[in-house]
Design a protein. Structure first.
Lengths: 112, 114
């Protein structure tokens, strides 16, 4: 069954530490996205990619990097985690822009 | 920047009644308007969408209306059931320098009471 799988499902990180969130999709989709969810802000786009080895900045890219080594995999990297990055992070894929997003289960990140 | 405003942060209805969630958007060029549902503690999944070439779309108990002049769209859930209780997010496509992307509203928590 086609799916978007995120790992880890939850993570506790220390301030200033490095965090990598991983996403793997078997949908054969070109587009992949990273969103964060915060109460009162809904979902905000951090980075996205429409082809392997290329990433684009979303609306709130500061403090985050992204990596798309293959069509199936898309990572979000926090080089120096900060308290303000505590949130739930969702990865999603779509066949093309302007089409249905398929979301992963989410990663709950707590930065202490 | 472009925005999507979701007007009801919470909504409570009785089972069997209709629920309406309203959103407005700022980008005149927006052409795609999906809705997503997030049940408690779970991820989001797509429920229905509408494109700018139509002003109404229905899928079973879900109806989406689009008013391009007012830059407003709405989700109507008829004959609500307890399993409709969830957070509903509206979104609109925004044209960017690297292609279109979706901007989400903040979500509406719908409670359907028996």
């Amino acid at each position: 069954e086609a799916a978007v799988t995120q790992s880890p499902r939850s993570k506790v990180a220390v301030t200033g530490g490095k965090v990598t969130l991983s996403c793997h999709q078997t949908n054969n989709h070109d587009y992949m996205y990273w969103y964060r969810q915060d109460t009162g802000h809904g979902l905000r786009l951090i980075h996205y990619s429409y082809v392997a080895d290329s990433t684009e900045k979303g609306d709130i890219p500061d403090g985050y990097k992204a990596s798309r080594p293959s069509q199936e995999n898309f990572s979000l990297i926090l080089e120096l985690a900060s308290l303000s990055q505590t949130a739930v992070y969702f990865c999603a894929s779509s066949i093309r822009e302007g089409n249905t997003l398929y979301f992963g289960a989410g990663t709950r990140l707590s930065v202490l | 920047g472009e925005k999507v405003e979701q007007h009801e942060s919470t909504l409570s209805v009785r089972e069997g009644d209709s629920a309406v969630i309203n959103c407005t958007y700022t980008d005149t060029a927006s052409s795609y308007f999906p809705w997503y549902k997030q049940e408690a503690g779970k991820s989001l999944h797509f429920v229905i969408d509408i494109r700018s070439n139509v002003d109404r779309k229905q899928s079973q108990r879900l109806i989406v209306l689009l008013d391009k002049k007012a830059k407003r769209f709405s989700l109507h859930i008829t004959a609500t059931q307890p399993e409709d209780s969830a957070i509903y997010f509206c979104a609109a496509s925004i044209a960017g320098s690297s292609g279109n992307k979706l901007i989400f509203g903040i979500g509406t928590l719908l409670s359907v009471k028996p």
